[in-house]
Design a protein around this ligand. Structure first.
Ligand SMILES: *Cc1c(COP(=O)(O)O)cnc(C)c1O
Length: 222
């Protein structure tokens, strides 16, 4: 199956308002160009050293999203062009992104990453940590970032009930903080959840952005 066919198939399957972020990490610019020629414009990467050369080489109307763990010393490399950072997992990172966004005279949309899986290996705020940060309110002074929603990665498991309950939890948390902190902000609207393995469940539970890699581009060669 070709990249174009895979994309069309997924698009037909989800047929909702959710958007597909095509996760192109470890895939070539030729692969990305194929999806681009099929009309796709939103791509996501998880490493700064990979996204920058791809951004430089490929058409400038691509919307690049960052989905991986972001180190503070890499922010300056992506700040000039990144459209959405899905993976903000600390107050310090938010503050640093704000600083670099300001240097670039930009406002950078960010999602707060929540630790929703019952696994140690995943990054993200716990629900309590995130509430605490929002309640403190210092983030309101960061005028060069825009908190646009939440992101989460479910447990890597075949247990669909478990995955489903993790997505339900994230949706519930999104509704809670939208009501408590972002009620006046229409730009707070994204729930980034769902990957190749679990996007149908994520869509059912209210995802607005699915991050799909291998189902589009095939397996990654690390
Ligand atoms: C790699 C990655 C994806 C895509 O994974 P697939 O299983 O290939 O769809 C989604 N989200 C994040 C954060 C990733 O790092």
């Amino acid at each position: 199956m070709s990249i174009t066919t895979n994309l069309q198939k997924i698009q037909n399957e989800i047929s909702t308002n959710a958007k597909i972020v095509a996760i192109s990490k470890f895939h070539s610019t030729d692969d990305i160009s194929e999806a681009y020629k099929a009309g796709h414009r939103i791509f996501g990467e998880s490493r700064a050293q990979e996204i920058v050369p791809k951004y430089e080489k490929l058409p400038k109307d691509i919307e690049w999203h960052f989905v991986g763990h972001l180190q503070s010393n890499k922010i300056k490399d992506i700040a000039p062009f990144i459209s959405l950072i899905h993976s903000v997992d600390s107050f310090r990172l938010l503050r640093n992104i704000n600083r670099h966004a300001k240097n670039n005279e930009r406002v950078i949309p960010c999602l707060l990453q929540l630790h929703i899986a019952k696994e140690d290996s995943k990054y993200g705020f716990t629900y309590d940590e995130c509430r605490e940060m929002l309640t403190k309110g210092e983030w309101r002074e960061f005028t060069n970032i825009q908190i646009a929603g939440v992101m989460g990665m479910a447990s890597f498991t075949d247990d669909e009930d478990k995955v489903k309950s993790e997505f339900i939890g994230l949706k519930k948390f999104y509704d809670e903080i939208k009501n408590d902190f972002f009620a006046e902000e229409p730009s707070f609207k994204e729930i980034s959840m769902g990957m190749s393995q679990d996007y149908p469940i994520a869509i059912q539970e209210g995802s607005t952005l699915v991050r799909i890699g291998s189902k589009i581009f095939g397996n990654r060669d690390y």
